[in-house]
Every structure is written in structure tokens, then in C-alpha cells.
Ligand binder design. Structure first.
Ligand code: FAD
Length: 385
């Protein structure tokens, strides 16, 4: 199969690292819903998780295309980078909008793995996709913010030292634009008493270490504020293109895994005295999934190229995420169908990867919301909400 392979040395290194974490490892984590601690530690030790951190803070200062290659290879090998991917893009908010003091305090630790920044508290049960309606408040009181409210789907909160938290600092009825008056706090959760920060795991259809989080008069020092008060929504948005590109890369990795797995099985499985892969009914869905993956891969490369040139490729990043998530889902379906009943057996990994890749139609942004972005911002159709 012909792939667009850049950063081959990085890909080889990641692939080699992933060989130590095979099917049994991921199946065990999935079965027990346990955090893949050993894998995340190995990835951190190798420096891959600090790929995007500038050299002055101890990172490798690599382009986003390299970070995409890292995540893609993890997924192509059958693993799941969801346990740690957010660190790559959350860090960007601190890098772009944090003070020099915050960067010096946290980035070297994130780069060497002594500090984890993997929790991103944006979504709330009451507001969902309508982020500007979020209800968690941070009220200034001397040198502290007092935070009250609730988040849902705050993934990895139990495995992270820091949490980037979006909350309202100016009431919605006192701002001109609904997206004004939101602020971003970099909360050091190690220093918060349990009575102020309650984290409850939410069991989901795949292993994702996600949680719901409750803030009860949680005291956060004002020096945890990133950038200017009231500008938090913009800071979060500024990281969205990177997030879309990196998630698209995971989807491409998944799609490749599904296609390779389906092809191998179709050649080997004999029914009616011939390999099932000889039947066009088996070939065509896999061939179509491969075509979808290759097209999405090109859009991903284009989005990464524009991003690495210093652009702000909203259209291409959204297109890449949309097409790659569709490609991985189509490939998942073709792979499961090719495997027949064995696709449902845990030991084949297909059902696990099938569940894992389904997420990307919903998170970190749902397909509808990407279509809505394209309709409004690219096609200039009237705003629908
Ligand atoms: C496993 C998992 C991990 C996650 N991790 C994180 C995390 O770490 N941090 C975090 O902050 N969030 C996280 N999320 C939340 C995720 O980003 C949201 O689930 C996602 O953005 C969708 O929001 P919602 O679930 O509130 O859906 P809703 O906003 O309730 O929407 C429900 C459905 O309606 C559709 N819809 C809503 N409005 C419109 C519209 N105007 N037009 C068309 N369709 C519309 C949506 O597309 C969606 O399909 C996670 C979610 C999951 C499931």
C-alpha cells in the first residue's frame, strides 16, 4: 500500500516503541478500563510527547506534521494515543498565551514527563457544544479565584497534574458577545484539596479514562490565569486547528490499521474453498475505505503544511478532521464485515478499535459542527445558531 510517509525516522522510532505494547497490552487496558500508564511513560521518556515544545523549554520543537506522524503511527500499530494526545495541543494554549513565568514553570516539566498536562475542562452537561453558555464560574477574591460548577467528559483528569479550565469570569448578561467574559485557568490539581475538586470516572464504551468533575468553592491562585481575563474562549479556539490536525492523524492511523487488518484476513480466511478476499463483495468495501483514507491523508498533509508555514488553516484542518474521521469509520465497518463473526471476538482487536474510532464522529468536535463551520465560514451560508 502506498502511503504519504513523511518523517520516516520518527515513524520508525514510534513503531519500534509500539512493538512493546501489543494486542495483549491494549486488550488488558480495555478490559480493565485502566490507564495505559506504561505506554504513556515510555512515550514521554522517548520525548515524543514533547515534540511540539520549543527547545528552550526542553522539547524537540518539531513541526505539527511530525506530531501528526507520531500519533498516526501509534494508531496504525493498533494502539490508542487518546490516553495522552491532548498534552500536545493543550500545551499550545500555554505556549501561545501563557506568561513567561508560567512557561518556565511548567513546560520543561511537561517536556521531561515530570508534569502531566492532559486534562482539558471545557464541556459541561448543561451547555454541550454551545460552549459560551457554560456555567462554571470563577469569581476573583483577593489573590484567588473561587471556582464553582461542573464539567463532563474531562478526560484523563485522574492522570494529569494540571487542568486547563475554561470558566466564566464575567456574567453572560454583562458582556457584549456571549463568548466574551470566559477565562482560562491552568489549575495545578495536585494542590487542590479533595473537598474542592471531586473527580468521578465515567465508564464509556471504550477505554478513555474520562470523568465528570465538580468544583466546590475551589480556590485557584490568580496567577493561574492564562493571558487576559475574559479572553479565554479565543485562547481555546486558537488551539483548535492543531487539535483537528492531530485527531485527523489518529483517524488516518486507525484507517490504515483497519485496511491492513482486513486485507490480511481476507487473504487468509478460506470459505467455500477459496479466500474470501477473492469475492468482490469483500474487496470493494475495503478498496473504497482505502480510497477514502488516501484522500483524507492528502487533506491532512495539506492542513499540516499550511499550519507549519505559520498559517491558520481553519478550512483545511476542519476538512482533514471530517474526512479522516469518516475514512476511519468506513474502514472500521469494512474491517468488521470482512472478519464476520471473528470481528466481534476480543482477541482480534477489531471490535476494540471499532469502538475507539467511533468516538471521532463526536469528539473533540462532532461531524455536524464541522459541517456547520464549513457552511458558515467557507461557503458563507447564513449562520444557523
Ligand atoms: C469519550 C469522550 C471524551 C471527551 N473528552 C473531552 C475532554 O477531555 N474535554 C472536554 O472538554 N470535552 C470532552 N469531550 C466532550 C466532547 O467534546 C463533546 O461530547 C462533543 O463536543 C459534543 O458535545 P455534546 O456531547 O455536549 O453534544 P451536544 O452538544 O449535546 O450535541 C448532541 C448532538 O447534537 C448535534 N448538534 C448540536 N447542536 C447542533 C447544531 N446547531 N446543528 C447540528 N447539530 C447539532 C451534535 O453534533 C451532536 O451530534 C469528550 C467526549 C467524549 C464522549
Amino acid at each position: 500500500m502506498k502511503y504519504q510517509l513523511d518523517h520516516q525516522d520518527i515513524r520508525d522510532g514510534v513503531w519500534k516503541l509500539c512493538l512493546d505494547f501489543g494486542s495483549n497490552y491494549w486488550q488488558n487496558c480495555d478490559r480493565n478500563r485502566s490507564y495505559p500508564e506504561e505506554f504513556v511513560n515510555a512515550l514521554t521518556r522517548s520525548g515524543y510527547l514533547g515534540a511540539l515544545i520549543p527547545k528552550q523549554y526542553g522539547g524537540y520543537e518539531l513541526p505539527i506534521s511530525a506530531a501528526a506522524a507520531i500519533l498516526e503511527e501509534i494508531h496504525r500499530s493498533g494502539g490508542n494515543a487518546a490516553a495522552c494526545h491532548a498534552q500536545m495541543y493543550i500545551m499550545g494554549t500555554v505556549l501561545r498565551h501563557g506568561s513567561e513565568e508560567q512557561k518556565e514553570k511548567y513546560l520543561p516539566g511537561i517536556a521531561d514527563g515530570s508534569i502531566r498536562l492532559q486534562a482539558f475542562g471545557v464541556t459541561e452537561p448543561g451547555s454541550g457544544t454551545d460552549t459560551s453558555s457554560l456555567r462554571t464560574t470563577a469569581v476573583r477574591s483577593g489573590d484567588r479565584y473561587i471556582v464553582n460548577g461542573q464539567k463532563i467528559w474531562t478526560s484523563r483528569a485522574e492522570h494529569s497534574d494540571l487542568m486547563l479550565l475554561l470558566c466564566r469570569t464575567t456574567p453572560i448578561n454583562q458582556v457584549k458577545k456571549r463568548s466574551d467574559g470566559l477565562s482560562t485557568l491552568l489549575v495545578d490539581t495536585r494542590k487542590i484539596p479533595e473537598s474542592q475538586l471531586i473527580i468521578r470516572p465515567v465508564r464509556t464504551m471504550m477505554n478513555h479514562s474520562t470523568t465528570e468533575v465538580f468544583f466546590e468553592d475551589m480556590e485557584v491562585p490568580t496567577n493561574a490565569l492564562i493571558g487576559e481575563e475574559g479572553m479565554g474562549f479565543r485562547y481555546i479556539l486558537s488551539g483548535m486547528n492543531a487539535e483537528r490536525i492531530l485527531i485527523a492523524a489518529e483517524c488516518i492511523g486507525d484507517a490504515k490499521w483497519f485496511v491492513e487488518k482486513a486485507v490480511a484476513y481476507a487473504k487468509e480466511r478460506v470459505v467455500f474453498s477459496r479466500p474470501i478476499g477473492q469475492n468482490q463483495g469483500i474487496q470493494f468495501p475495503v478498496a473504497r475505505a482505502y480510497a477514502g483514507m488516501r484522500a483524507a491523508e492528502l487533506m491532512l498533509k495539506e492542513a499540516a503544511r499550511l499550519f507549519d508555514e505559520g498559517g491558520n488553516p481553519g478550512e483545511e484542518a476542519n476538512l482533514a478532521k471530517l474526512l479522516a474521521a469518516d475514512a476511519s469509520w468506513e474502514a472500521a465497518e469494512a474491517c468488521l464485515q470482512t472478519h464476520g463473526g471473528f470481528g466481534f471476538a476480543e482477541e482480534f482487536d477489531v471490535e476494540r478499535k471499532f469502538r475507539e474510532t467511533r468516538l471521532y464522529q463526536i469528539a473533540p468536535i462532532s461531524t455536524n459542527l464541522i459541517l456547520s463551520y464549513l457552511s458558515e465560514h467557507v461557503l458563507e451560508l447564513p449562520r444557523s445558531y
